[in-house]
Write a protein that binds this ligand. Structure first.
Ligand code: SF4
Ligand code: SF4
Length: 156
């Protein structure tokens, strides 16, 4: 059974970029342009916005949630006529899921890599050598300390 959380909309409203959640009039423009919805029938940004608006989105932050199928391509952000930003709502849900320990393992691993190196893929000696051969400038040191500060939320 879905659990209604009246405070959930308020939680999302603290995400500055989440846009005007209550302006969504369920037109499905975001779904029509969503590559994840085309690939995964169970993924639907319109339904995610609606569940968030109604305060019944707790299931979306549980382990194995469909929210992780979002490609973060921002098509929905561009297409929404109402200034609702489904992708930012989904990102907020992802953060809640992560804080609850419900993020997929690969996401946690990527986060660790960014925390450690400041990049998803640490530049290897091979990459550095190839850049040198191509006459590209040396890569700057990864801003790992800055990344730790930025990503310090949620158990980091
Ligand atoms: S989020 Fe925007 S595009 Fe998607 S259903 Fe709501 S109003 Fe339409
Ligand atoms: S950002 Fe996510 S929800 Fe929005 S269109 Fe892209 S895949 Fe779909």
């Amino acid at each position: 059974m879905l659990k209604v959380d009246p405070g959930f909309k308020a939680t999302l409203s603290t995400v500055e970029s989440a846009g005007e959640l209550s302006y969504c009039y369920q037109c499905s423009s975001c779904v029509a342009e969503c590559p994840a919805a085309q690939r995964f029938p169970e993924f639907n940004p319109r339904e995610i916005v609606l569940a968030s608006l109604l305060g019944v989105a707790e299931y979306l932050t549980a382990e194995g949630s469909v929210i992780w199928q979002c490609a973060t391509c921002y098509n929905c952000y561009e297409r929404c006529p109402q200034g609702t930003h489904p992708v930012e709502v989904i990102t907020a849900l992802k953060n809640i899921a992560f804080d609850s320990g419900n993020a997929p393992e690969n996401v946690s691993s990527l986060r660790e890599a960014v925390m450690e190196h400041g990049t998803v893929i640490a530049p290897s000696d091979t990459i550095r050598k190839r850049r040198d051969e191509l006459g590209l400038p040396e890569l700057p040191d990864a801003p790992a300390e800055d990344m730790k500060k930025i990503m310090g939320r949620g158990g980091g």
